[in-house]
Design a protein around this ligand. Structure first.
Ligand code: SF4
Length: 340
């Protein structure tokens, strides 16, 4: 489909027959037109394209966009899902449904399981950056100490979210005294590395992901536009980068998309990496898992339980990690283990 054809089609669907006032209709049209125009440019200029499919809502939108409006590029596209070893059954089911719906195949790849990496290297806590710094602090690396307990002058150079609060320092010190390892290595070994390896073998020249600026967090600060040139020749393209939540939900409704059961039945707003303690809404996700996928809930408690417990116990975050029904039990467990 050419730019003009795409523009005509979405104009009819989102402006002429769209919903909401005219301002809203044109806002959605503009966002989609920009996405389509860029997609045509980047997909046209690259030969070996990989689209990461996570089973989450953003990647659903990309798959639908490409398969519905730009199927002419499918012959040079590979869809890839990285299985970390801890995945929702709802996500696995959804991937199969997507394959049937669009007649595509999604390659499942695996690196080391999150379970084994956490067991070997330690638990992730707070955020990726803070876990890396805490890990260095635990082994007395000077740079780790500088970041976890900076002198006041150095501290003033930090971004606010990179500063360890007193409670977080107390938690890290507790880990040090009790030989509890901290690490964010699973990000690298279970997700990044296998994907990088696959991309290299595939000789990929365009890595397409579903990140959106509107999601906020660290990611929204790390990219300046939807396309990034990379020195290794594997450039990055994020088609939904400029989509607001409103544009995305209008697209979902107009296109008749159905996300995975995690969203549609459990009510999750994001799926992300299952059980990850970095997730600020982890308590809600654990509650949903407890109800809908109790085996996965148990697995997450086994792998990340210590991280949730300690984060809550030391009041490291405004929102708790553990669902309310778990708070009492774990307080008891921690106290018991200290008495032992
Ligand atoms: S996002 Fe969290 S759980 Fe997932 S690999 Fe990274 S640290 Fe591990």
């Amino acid at each position: 489909m050419t730019r003009a054809e795409f523009a005509a089609e979405i104009k009819e669907k989102y402006v002429t027959n769209g919903t909401g006032d005219m301002g809203h209709r044109f806002e959605v049209y503009d966002a989609l037109f920009h996405t389509g125009a860029k997609l045509i440019e980047y997909f046209g200029n690259h030969e070996r394209i990989m689209i990461s499919v996570s089973g989450g809502s953003d990647s659903d939108c990309i798959v639908h966009l490409v398969c519905t409006y730009f199927p002419e590029y499918l012959e040079k596209i590979h869809f890839v899902f990285v299985n970390t070893g801890l995945e929702y059954n709802a996500t696995k089911r959804h991937l199969s449904q997507i394959e049937v719906k669009y007649g595509i195949s999604i390659e499942r790849i695996r690196g080391r399981s999150v379970v084994s990496v956490v067991k070997e290297f330690g638990i992730p806590v707070l955020s990726k950056l803070k876990s890396q710094r805490a890990e260095a602090y635990l082994r007395d690396a000077p740079w780790g100490i500088r970041y976890v307990k900076p002198d006041p002058e150095f501290k003033s150079h930090f971004r606010h979210d990179a500063i360890f609060t007193d409670n977080q320092i107390a938690m890290v010190d507790y880990c040090k005294e009790n030989g509890i390892k901290i690490s964010a290595n699973c990000c690298n070994l279970s997700k990044k590395k296998p994907l990088k390896k696959w991309m290299k073998e595939f000789n990929c020249d365009l890595n397409v992901t579903g990140e959106r600026k509107a999601e906020g967090g660290m990611r929204s600060l790390t990219h300046e536009s939807c396309f990034e040139e990379h020195k290794d020749g594997m450039h990055k393209y994020m088609p939904l980068w400029w989509w607001s939540d409103d544009v995305k939900s209008t697209f979902k409704d107009a296109e008749g998309l159905r996300y995975s059961d995690c969203y549609e039945i459990w009510g999750m707003r994001r799926t992300g990496c299952v059980g990850c303690p970095f997730n600020l809404n982890i308590a809600d996700d654990l509650q949903a898992m407890y109800e809908y996928e109790p085996q996965l809930y148990k697995a997450c408690m086994n792998v990340f339980g210590k991280s949730y417990e300690l984060t809550d116990r030391f009041n490291c975050r405004r929102k708790k990690c553990l669902p309310e029904f778990m708070q009492m039990t774990l307080t008891g467990e921690i106290e018991r283990s200290e008495e032992d």
